[in-house]
Design a protein around this ligand. Structure first.
Ligand SMILES: Cc1cc2nc3c(=O)[nH]c(=O)nc-3n(C[C@H](O)[C@H](O)[C@H](O)COP(=O)(O)O)c2cc1C
Length: 394
């Protein structure tokens, strides 16, 4: 059997601090501190605790070259690491007629290698995905769910005013005011949707076309490039829209993928009765967003950008920056159509990966946007100091 170390692996020495009554009673401070080693490998679902000897053994194995290991069955240390997915067997072994079953982690490792992730980006993405997080309760528990609570717990925020010592400061002419400024001023993150009023199909369709649709297609050097309304690193537009449609005229509530080139929807199997619970879970219990007429999960096909920017220092950053551009296009498009819009980064990615059948090694949820009719009453706070949104008829 041929083995090698998994492709991407980092070690973390972690200190675990626990309260111990016996320590307190013996006058030694009341806490115990334990140092443990963890192996962090992005093809695995969670960090894995390992011994110092296992760490050293992993450090002695090549991640690229296969090594023939004839006495593998008798080597308990290696078997344990194979069981944990940190050492992988040749996934082609089955095709060669070998009898040993190859653990699933080996196939995940093989897929990870094909996507050309930068190792640090792969780790960051893999271990910052949420499952079952309630960001609202967490903020309340930490006492930072209000501005006053934030100030009390964290003090003043660091200044955003960059003023080098002895800098020469000069005035600029007043900014021009055009119709575009009026549109910008009407943009405000919407936290109050009128969930009962169905969204017309024409508005829904227009918003998707403006934000995600292909506007034109060009050929360059045998490759095809799409022109969209937001910029994209490498011109590859890796980000697409996975939709939780809740109240749009003519569209059955459910899950859909938007096809950017043909301006069509693909329905995905899902029990519509479960949509409100999924929406709430997706936005980590932020009920002010969960009832929007349409939630849009921004899903990046990492492998598309990494096809060009292989193991690139900036590849992942470019993709997340692009999500911000898309969000702003969505905000402004919605505002111009008289709709409210939002973005949230506080999302539970893992249930979304399950229902939209996303392989997190190649495709991942980055943020959730949403849009729909604004409500008539402000229940959740919005930032509209000049009354640009809330003095108008919604
Ligand atoms: C990347 C990103 C993530 C955000 N996440 C949240 C969020 O989790 N919850 C929320 O209520 N607002 C969220 N917001 C909205 C901001 O709170 C909002 O933009 C900010 O308060 C300024 O208000 P405005 O958008 O109305 O100008 C997010 C905004 C951005 C750009």
């Amino acid at each position: 059997m041929r083995i090698r170390r998994c492709a991407i692996l980092f070690f973390e020495p972690r200190e675990e601090v626990a309260f111990a009554l016996a320590e307190l009673l013996s006058g030694r401070g009341g806490v115990t501190r334990t140092l443990r080693w963890y192996a962090l490998a992005p093809h695995l679902p969670a960090p894995v605790e390992i011994s110092a000897s296992a760490r050293d053994l992993l450090g002695s194995l090549s991640p690229s070259q296969w090594t023939e290991h004839s006495a593998l069955a008798e080597d308990a240390n290696l078997q344990a690491l194979i069981g944990k997915g940190l050492v992988v067997q040749d996934t082609t072994a089955g095709q060669e007629g070998a009898s040993t079953a190859v653990p699933a982690a080996a196939f995940d490792d093989a897929r990870l290698r094909r996507v050309h992730w930068h190792p640090l980006a792969a780790l960051l993405h893999a271990f910052t995905r949420w499952n079952g997080v309630d960001s609202v309760a967490d903020a309340r528990t930490a006492g930072i769910d209000t501005a006053a609570g934030l100030r009390e717990r964290h003090g003043e925020p660091p200044s955003d005013r960059v003023l080098p010592d002895a800098a020469e400061v000069r005035d600029l002419p007043a900014a021009l005011q055009t119709e575009f400024d009026a549109l910008l001023h009407r943009r405000a993150t919407c936290r109050n949707f009128d969930a009962a009023r169905a969204l017309p199909l024409s508005l829904f369709s227009t918003l998707l076309a403006r934000t995600f649709g292909v506007q034109a297609r060009v050929q360059r050097g045998g490759l095809v490039f799409d022109k969209k309304n937001s910029p994209s690193g490498g011109g590859l537009h890796p980000t697409s829209a996975c939709l939780i449609v809740q109240n749009v005229e003519g569209i059955a509530p459910g899950l859909y993928r938007y096809l950017a080139d043909s301006h069509q929807l693909v329905a995905l199997p899902f029990d519509a009765a479960e949509l409100p619970a999924l929406a709430l879970e997706a936005v980590s219990q932020q009920d002010w967003f969960a009832n929007a007429h349409c939630l849009v999960v921004l899903v990046a096909a990492f492998e598309r950008t990494f096809w060009k920017y292989r193991r690139h220092d900036k590849g992942y950053r470019v993709i997340t920056l692009e999500a911000g551009h898309i969000s702003q296009t969505l905000y402004l498009s919605a505002t111009e159509l008289g709709l409210g819009a939002f973005i949230t980064g506080a999302i539970n990615e893992r249930p979304l990966e399950r229902v939209f059948a996303l392989d997190p090694l190649t495709e991942g949820a980055l943020a959730i946007c949403g849009f729909g009719w604004r409500g008539a009453t402000m229940h959740a706070a919005e930032l509209d100091p000049a009354g640009q949104v809330w003095t108008r008829a919604n």
